[in-house]
Design a protein around this ligand. Structure first.
Ligand SMILES: [Zn+2]
Length: 304
């Protein structure tokens, strides 16, 4: 594989209230005819309890301190994948938009730093419909941010979030996710197209059903001949516990047991076939390799 890792200094983001830059670098990888760039939407600020409640504390602390991560608060980065090929400009997920968290929503600045305007985007492909992946689809006036784009989402994910019962069955902690997703998906329904696991959704882009984090979560294998990269979404949600103990249930997954089974299967696939991973919440722009480490795994960032 020809790795062309230009480190692009993307500059300061558009969040005047933030003390630190929303984003710093983008990573680029040339894969055959595909030009793949990770573009940052900023980061989230989340309580550690959301991920770690119920896990065995002693081995957990060991993993976290090894990775320099606090158990109290996590600040996962948000890396979207921008894929350019011929006349197509494809964005995987849409970011959080302005209304979710002050530390996120920098996507349009990151795209501008790449010379890409919102109306240049021809396709937006969703891994899932959580706020940090979907809510950037509408602007402050509820108009579509990517007016020219075909918006592609898995059939199961669409069905789940547009089901009027979801808001009452999803649980109190995620009820706002359900309301927010339904409203946004309905607003852009005219632009939507649906697909299923196993479909080649665009030439060279294969959808892999990876449920658990959400019911219809998808990962995407971008392939040109023998070269491939996997856009993993949140199926592998962090670089510490998800790699060291992928079998542990994560409170970030809506179905923690199914999420763990999916994570184990995906990590095995990526390590065995040596396919680089673009992870939405992984560090160093999200791009790296999955290596086996005894019975567990490690994330090796491409720029480390
Ligand atoms: Zn996410």
């Amino acid at each position: 594989m020809k790795l062309d890792r230009r480190q692009v200094l993307a500059g300061l983001g558009g969040c005047a209230a933030c003390a630190t830059p929303l984003y710093t670098v983008a990573q680029t990888l040339q894969l055959g005819s595909f030009d793949i760039t990770s573009v940052s939407d900023g980061h989230l600020v989340l309580p550690g309890s959301m991920f770690f409640d119920g896990l065995p504390q002693e081995p957990l602390q060991e993993i976290l301190s090894k990775n320099g991560v606090s158990a109290d608060q996590l600040k996962p980065p948000c890396n979207l994948t921008l894929l350019r090929q011929d006349d197509k400009i494809i964005l995987f997920d849409a970011g959080a938009g302005a209304g979710f968290m002050p530390s996120a929503g920098a996507l349009l600045d990151s795209l501008a730093a790449q010379g890409v305007a919102p109306e240049d985007i021809t396709h937006v492909v969703f891994t899932h419909a959580h706020p940090d992946h979907l809510w950037g689809i509408l602007d402050d006036f509820d108009d579509p941010v990517f007016p020219q784009a075909e918006l592609m989402i898995g059939q199961a994910e669409w069905t789940y979030w547009t089901d009027p019962d979801t808001v009452t069955t999803i649980g109190e902690a995620r009820a706002s996710f359900a309301v927010g997703a339904a409203r946004r998906l309905q607003a852009v329904e005219d632009q939507i197209s649906l697909f299923n696991s196993g479909d080649e959704i665009l030439p060279g882009i294969l959808a892999h059903g990876t449920p658990g984090h959400t019911p219809g979560h998808m990962a995407f294998e971008i392939r040109d001949g023998t070269q491939a990269v996997m856009v993993g979404g949140d199926a592998i949600g962090n670089h510490h516990v998800a790699f060291a103990r992928p079998d542990w249930p994560s409170g970030a997954d809506q179905d923690p047991d199914l999420g763990a089974a999916t994570r184990l299967r995906l990590l095995d696939h990526l390590a065995t076939d040596d396919i680089p991973l673009m992870g939405f919440h992984l560090p160093h722009g999200g791009l790296g390799r999955v290596t086996r480490d005894g019975a567990t795994y490690r994330f090796l960032p491409e720029d480390a």
